[in-house]
Design a protein around this ligand. Sequence first.
Ligand SMILES: Nc1nc2c(c(=O)[nH]1)N[C@H]1C(S)=C(S)[C@@H](COP(=O)(O)OP(=O)(O)OC[C@H]3O[C@@H](n4cnc5c(=O)[nH]c(N)nc54)[C@H](O)[C@@H]3O)O[C@H]1N2
Ligand SMILES: Nc1nc2c(c(=O)[nH]1)N[C@H]1C(S)=C(S)[C@@H](COP(=O)(O)OP(=O)(O)OC[C@H]3O[C@@H](n4cnc5c(=O)[nH]c(N)nc54)[C@H](O)[C@@H]3O)O[C@H]1N2
Ligand code: SF4
Ligand SMILES: [Mo]
Length: 557
Amino acid sequence: MSDLQTHYRTCNICEAMCGLEIKHQDGNILSIKGDQEDPFSRGHICPKAVALQDFYNDKDRLKTPLKRTNDGWQEISWEQAYDEIATRFRGLQAEHGQDAVGVYLGNPNAHNFGNAIMLPRFFKALGTNNRYSSASADQLPHHVASNYMLGAGMLIPIPDIDHTDFMLIIGANPIVSNGSLMTAPGVGKRLKAIQDRGGNVVVVDPRRTETAKKADQHLFIRPETDALLMLALVHTLFEEQRVDLGHLESIIDGLDQLAEAVKPYSPEAVAEACGIDATTIRNLARDMAAAKSAVCYSRMGASTQSFGGLCQWLNNVLNLLTGNFDRRGGAMFPQPAFDLVRDKKGKPSSYGRYQSRVRKLPYFNSEFPVATLADEILTPGEGQIRAMITIAGNPVLSSPGGARLEQAFDSLDFMVSVDIYLNETTRHADIILPATTGLEVRHFDVFFNSFAVRNTAKFSEPMFEKTPDQKHDWEILRDLSLHLTGREDDGVTPEMMLDGGLKHGAYGEQGMSLAMLKANPHGVDLGALQPCLQQRLQTEDGLIHIAPQLYLDDLKR
Ligand SMILES: Nc1nc2c(c(=O)[nH]1)N[C@H]1C(S)=C(S)[C@@H](COP(=O)(O)OP(=O)(O)OC[C@H]3O[C@@H](n4cnc5c(=O)[nH]c(N)nc54)[C@H](O)[C@@H]3O)O[C@H]1N2
Ligand SMILES: Nc1nc2c(c(=O)[nH]1)N[C@H]1C(S)=C(S)[C@@H](COP(=O)(O)OP(=O)(O)OC[C@H]3O[C@@H](n4cnc5c(=O)[nH]c(N)nc54)[C@H](O)[C@@H]3O)O[C@H]1N2
Ligand code: SF4
Ligand SMILES: [Mo]
């Protein structure tokens, strides 16, 4: 028997980035607990972390490439799988054009650092504009708002939950979800701390949620009327002269247009539609303006709905007008060690660069909305999708009208899934490529450090080495790219790219590097969020655009 070993890593199941302490011996996991020394999560975990060992031990996990045959699923070699995929994809693209192959990316890509870093190479090799992901069933309105107001879709304001005195939560249930676009392990405790320091939590949700139960006030709203509520809050701030732009006053552009645009939306005018009386709305605006610090935070319920774009714009407007943007206790901007925002200034937005073929929906963030993927597969004509690759996604379950997608996948000439399970989506594939996952992978949160309520950085080594015939997701993407292009491997790994990003990032001069993170297995604390928007702003004119025309035009709806 070998010695008892302790492994430290970050849980990558959800956005909360909890540090784990895992005791193991001879390949058996003895315990999974919260890492008390993780400077970010300080010991917090939820029951899902324990599922990491279930992924590892699960007999149903796929470990070998599978090919669909008339006699059922057959195990094939990696080389055969890559050859067949490259031949079929290239053949269909030669016959029907580059866009004949569609790609769908699921949520785990955002939690997988190898994929986050290697996907651009894969996209370049595949050369299709027919890209889709779960992001369009999730948070794209946040990116659109940041893009139009701040010049970069990834520069997303995050609630400074640990210092705020007033938190208005619209359409989110962080006590259950563990937070989203607010990476904050232990949200429940953090919300309670707001109340313990004399602050208030207000929830706007049509449902009696776990988070609402803990709030000081719960406003039941008619679904999809949040934009009206927020317009009325903005209206009240102007009407009652409660606008205070704080330190950003000189760089906010469009205030007059905004004031004009919200004139029709008095609390009295929207009360009936929202199902919330006018006095309550006025008092909410007054409370937010009067609080020492305050933040409006809205998520899925105010994003994945007909007016999600308006909601996420108005969410930022409320934080701006109350002087709570880029301010302690308000909506702040993380400064991650691996920065996805640096040097984006002046890069044009892809919003509307193309329209989807069938429903003419706008392209954004290099993708079309997944809601129209089935149309693009099922509708004949030039540009029709003939083949698909899904990577770590289950759109048959997760996308709107998923049942129709099943029918669509069945109609394809060829389909590939990179996934660890045979499920509702992958069972329609011709070839399934299984990746390593969970405890078998290296981990660094490329995305969620950009959305975290504190600046920290942590790298996790694999706890279990993969077997020689297993592949990491990023290796699959690399190998597919090489087979598609016929190029030689240049030997670049995600670790090398991460190291480069860390050394050239905001903490590079202080010695930040992959080696430094490897020497600190609990993670490195980089401090509380600090006001930094004037340095991080990516608009060409250096101004914050509080009233982009895109949104003013949308008010008519
Ligand atoms: N009705 C309804 N629909 C929703 C939502 C909702 O609340 N209600 N939520 C929306 C939201 S917020 C999101 S993010 C989307 C999620 O949408 P998806 O990402 O499409 O759905 P998931 O179920 O998360 O699918 C994850 C897939 O990745 C596989 N997988 C897990 N780990 C790995 C790995 O390490 N490597 C690989 N290659 N595969 C892996 C799993 O087996 C599974 O097939 O759903 C959206 N759709
Ligand atoms: N256990 C578990 N945790 C998860 C996930 C999971 O699959 N399982 N998924 C993770 C992912 S990918 C994400 S993106 C996050 C999502 O995290 P959250 O956004 O915090 O969670 P949701 O449950 O989607 O919360 C949406 C809330 O919006 C409300 N709502 C619906 N329609 C409206 C409306 O019109 N107006 C308003 N004001 N509210 C409305 C709903 O009642 C619900 O309470 O959760 C993450 N956490
Ligand atoms: S809250 Fe999320 S990151 Fe933390 S242990 Fe649970 S699943 Fe993992
Ligand atoms: Mo999500």
